[in-house]
Design a protein around this ligand. Structure first.
Ligand code: ADP
Ligand code: MG
Length: 673
C-alpha cells in the first residue's frame, strides 16, 4: 500500500518518509530500528552513569514555573528524585512533557544525566509512565532524517501492521526449521516492538539470515544468467607459437593456468575464473595467452586495470608481447581524447583492435566492440558487481578472467563474483631473490638514506612511500612536505620525483614514464604507485608510517621491487612501535609468501579490511553487517549454493518469495538487465 494512504501520514509526511526510502507500507515494515531503548531495568538516580544515555526512574516532587530566556526560549524545571538522590529535570521549549508529569507519581526518563554530583540534572529527557513501560519495555530507535521522530515512525509502523492483511513468508519451511528461525511476521513484530531482549535477538537472527541469503542468491542469479551459453565459443589452439615468442620460458604454473583458461574458452558456458598469484608471479603473461587464443579464434579481448598508470603499463607490455604475433593493441583511458579517441573507438568497432587495454573508460557507452569474447580485469576487487555487469553487457556472455594478487577468502569471493573457478600461480619466475625486508624506527632514517644513496650511486632506483601524516591534511601536502624537507635534502645531487593522487592522470603517467626511463632516481609517492607497477631497475622501497597499512598492502608495495635481478630491499619505517605493530612488521620481515601474509592479516585484523575500505559495489544492507555477521554469512552462502543447485533460476513456487527478495536487492542495477 502507498504510504500516503496510511493512517496518520498524508502528502507532507509521505515526502519526508520518501527521503528515508519509505514509499509503501512494506518499505516501512522493512525499515528496521537500529537499536532499542530498554526501559525494563531503570537506574536509581544515584546509580545512573554520567554522560551516557540511560533510563532513570524518579518520582516528581515539585514543578517549578516557566522561565523565559533571552532569545525567546522557554525553560521549565521540575524537581524529582528517589531515596538515593535528587534530580532536576530541565525542559527547554517543551511545555507538553512537563504538563503530563504529576507530582507524587513515578516515571521513567531516558537521556543523559549531567550536572554536579549533588545537583544531578537531565535535559529534555524522554518520559514514559511505568505502566506503559511494563507493557512495552523496549522502544525502537530508527535511523532518522530531519522532521521524522522515532515515536512518529513507531506509530506509523503500528498502523502499517494493522493495515497489512498478511505478511508473506519468503523463506522455505525447511530453512526455518533447520536454523530454528522465527517466521517473517513474527520477526517484523519483534524487531519493531519487542517485549524482551530475546525477542530482538530472535528477530535480528532471522532477518539477518534472510538478508544475507537474498544477497547471495541475487549474486548467484546474476551469475547464472551469465552462465547460459557464451556468445564466444572457441576452438582449442596451440599456445606454442605464443610461448616461443616470449623472451623467457614460462613457469610451469603459468603454463598450467594458461591451459586451464584455454580449456574454459572452449566450453559452452562462459568462463568465470579467478587467477590468483602473488606479486611478481607473472599474471599478465597468462592473461596474454588467453588474449592470443581469443584472437586466433577471431575474438577481441579487453583488459581493465584500476588506474591509468596500470592500464598504460599493461598496454605497453602486452603490445610488445603481442605485436610480433600479429595482434593489435589499443589503449583507452580517460585521458585518451579528441581525434585519438575517435580513432580508437573506430578501431574497436571495426574489430581492428584485437586487444583493448584500459580503465573503466572501456565500459562507457560509446565503446562498441565488434566481437568481444574475452574480458580480463586486473586487481578486480576494485571493480563492483555493477561494473562487471556493464562489462558483460558489452558482449554476449563473454569469458571473464579476474586477476588478483590478494588471496580472496571463499566467502568474499562468493559475494563478489558468485561462484568462481580458481587458477593459482604458485611459483615465481626464476632468478627472483626474496626482497630483504627491515623494520626500523625514525631514529635510523638517516642511516637508511645513506644506504639509499649507495643504491642510487650504483645506478639503481628507489621508491619512497609516505601516507597522509596528519588527519585533515591532504595527501598532496603530506607527500610534498616530505619530499621537500626530507627526501630532497637527504638525496641532494640525485633526481627526486614526486607523485600523488592530486596529479592529473596524464601528469602521473609522465612522472611514471620518467621513472621508468631512469630520468628520476628516487620517486616520492603516496600509494598511488601501488599494485602492479613494474620498473625492474627499482630495487629499494622505503615505506614511512608502515603501521598504517595492512600486511597484504605492504606486501603489494614491496612487490614493486625485486623484479630486475640482484638484491632488493624493503624498509618499513614506524615510530609507532607497540607490540602488535612490532609483531606484524616482523612477520613481514620474515615471510615472502603472500598467502601466508594474507592469512596472518585476516587473523589479526579480521575481514573488516576486505569489507570496509574497498568498494565492493554490493547493495546497501539494512540489518546485516558483512564483517560482524560472518558466521550467518557462511550459513547463508551454503544454503544459497544448495538452493541454486537444486533450482537454478528459483522457479519453484516455494522459492518465489526468495527470488523476489533477491531480485529486489539488485533492482535498478544495470547488472541485472
Ligand atoms: P604480477 O603477477 O605481479 O602482475 P607481472 O605480470 O607484472 O606480475 O610480471 C612481473 C614481471 O615478471 C614482469 O616484468 C614480467 O615480464 C616478468 N615475468 C613474467 N613471467 C616471467 C617468466 N616466466 N620468466 C621471467 N620473467 C617473467
Ligand atoms: Mg599485475
Amino acid at each position: 500500500m502507498d504510504i500516503r494512504y496510511l493512517k496518520g501520514v498524508g502528502e507532507k509526511r509521505a515526502a519526508q518518509l520518501a527521503k528515508l526510502g519509505i514509499c509503501t507500507t512494506e518499505d516501512l515494515l522493512g525499515f528496521y530500528p537500529r537499536d532499542h531503548i530498554d526501559y525494563s531495568h531503570p537506574y536509581a538516580v544515584a546509580e545512573a552513569p554520567y554522560d551516557v544515555k540511560c533510563v532513570v526512574r524518579a518520582g516528581i516532587y515539585e514543578k517549578g514555573g516557566t522561565t523565559r530566556l533571552p532569545g525567546g526560549r522557554q525553560m521549565m524545571k521540575i524537581f524529582a528524585g528517589d531515596d538515593t538522590a535528587s534530580l532536576s529535570l530541565v525542559y527547554f521549549n517543551d511545555p507538553y512533557t512537563p504538563k503530563k508529569l504529576e507530582v507524587g507519581e513515578t516515571y521513567l526518563f531516558f537521556g543523559k544525566v549531567g550536572g554536579a554530583l549533588t545537583a544531578r540534572e537531565m535535559i529534555n529527557p524522554e518520559m514514559r509512565t511505568e505502566a506503559s513501560a511494563d507493557a512495552t519495555p523496549l522502544v525502537p530507535v530508527y535511523p532518522l532524517t530531519e522532521g521524522v521522530s522515532s515515536a512518529y515512525l513507531a506509530k506509523c509502523v503500528r498502523a502499517a501492521f494493522a493495515a497489512a492483511p498478511r505478511i508473506e513468508e519468503p523463506l522455505p519451511a525447511a530453512l526455518l526449521q533447520k536454523y530454528r528461525l522465527c517466521g517473517k511476521e513474527e520477526a517484523l513484530q519483534k524487531i519493531h516492538f519487542p517485549q524482551t531482549p530475546d525477542d530482538v535477538h530472535d528477530a535480528r537472527r532471522r532477518l539477518i539470515f534472510e538478508e544475507l541469503l537474498a544477497l547471495q542468491l541475487g549474486l548467484l542469479l546474476l551469475r547464472s544468467r551469465e552462465a547460459a551459453c557464451t556468445g564466444a565459443p572457441m576452438q582449442a589452439v596451440s599456445l606454442e607459437p605464443f610461448w616461443a615468442a616470449l623472451p623467457f620460458a614460462p613457469t610451469n604454473a603459468q603454463r598450467r593456468s594458461a591451459g586451464e583458461i584455454l580449456a574454459d574458452l572452449t566450453q559452452k558456458a562462459p568462463m568465470n575464473r579467478l587467477l590468483q598469484g602473488d606479486v611478481g608471479s607473472g599474471k599478465t603473461l597468462v592473461a596474454a595467452a588467453g588474449v592470443y587464443a581469443a584472437a586466433q579464434n577471431g575474438y577481441q579481448s579487453v583488459l581493465m586495470a584500476p588506474t591509468e598508470i596500470l592500464a598504460a603499463q599493461h598496454a605497453g607490455t602486452l603490445e610488445r608481447l603481442l605485436t610480433p604475433l600479429g595482434i593489435r593493441t589499443a589503449l583507452l583511458t580517460g585521458s585518451v581524447k579528441g581525434k585519438a579517441k575517435k580513432e580508437v573507438l573506430r578501431a574497436i568497432e571495426a574489430g581492428e583492435a584485437q586487444l583493448v587495454v584500459g580503465t573503466h573508460a572501456v565500459l562507457s557507452e560509446g565503446v562498441h566492440f565488434a566481437r568481444l569474447g574475452f574480458a580480463v580485469t586486473d586487481e578486480q576487487h576494485r571493480f563492483g558487481v555493477r561494473q562487471r555487469g556493464l562489462l558483460a553487457a558489452k558482449a554476449d556472455h563473454p569469458h571473464l578472467l579476474v586477476m588478483s594478487a590478494t588471496p580472496i577468502p571463499r566467502t568474499l569471493g562468493l559475494l563478489m563474483f558468485g561462484d568462481l573457478d580458481i587458477s593459482v600461480l604458485d611459483e615465481l619466475p626464476p632468478g627472483r631473490t626474496p626482497v630483504k625486508t627491515y623494520a626500523i624506527t625514525g631514529k635510523k632514517r638517516a642511516d637508511m638514506y645513506g644506504f639509499i644513496r649507495k643504491q642510487l650511486a650504483a645506478g639503481r632506483q628507489a621508491y619512497l612511500v609516505c601516507p597522509v601524516i596528519d588527519e585533515g591534511e591532504s595527501d598532496m601536502q603530506a607527500v610534498t612536505t616530505y619530499c621537500d624537507e626530507v627526501a630532497r635534502p637527504m638525496l641532494a645531487g640525485y633526481r627526486v620525483g614526486l607523485m600523488h593522487g592530486r596529479l592529473k592522470a596524464a601528469e602521473k603517467a609522465a612522472v611514471m614514464e620518467e621513472f621508468k626511463a631512469g630520468h628520476i632516481d628516487a620517486l616520492v609517492s603516496t600509494t598511488v604507485i601501488e599494485v602492479g607497477v613494474d620498473v625492474p631497475n627499482a630495487n629499494l622501497i622505503a615505506i614511512e608510517n608502515a603501521e598504517r597499512y595492512g600486511l597484504s598492502a605492504l606486501h603489494q608495495l614491496r612487490g614493486r621491487v625485486g623484479r630486475g635481478g640482484g638484491e632488493a630491499y624493503c624498509v618499513l619505517i614506524s615510530d609507532h612501535v607497540t607490540d602488535a605493530v612490532k609483531k606484524r612488521l616482523s612477520f613481514l620481515c620474515h615471510t615472502n609468501d603472500g598467502f601466508e601474509i594474507a592469512k596472518f592479516d585476516l587473523e589479526t585484523r579480521g575481514p573488516g579490511d576486505f569489507f570496509g575500505s574497498r568498494q565492493h559495489g554490493l547493495p546497501a544492507l539494512r540489518i546485516a553487517d558483512l564483517a560482524a555477521d560472518s558466521r550467518v554469512l557462511y550459513a547463508a552462502q551454503e544454503e544459497a549454493l544448495a538452493l541454486i543447485q537444486s533450482d537454478p533460476a528459483l522457479r519453484a513456487p516455494e522459492h518465489a518469495g526468495l527470488r523476489g527478495l533477491a531480485e529486489g536487492l539488485f533492482s535498478g542495477d544495470t547488472a541485472l538487465n
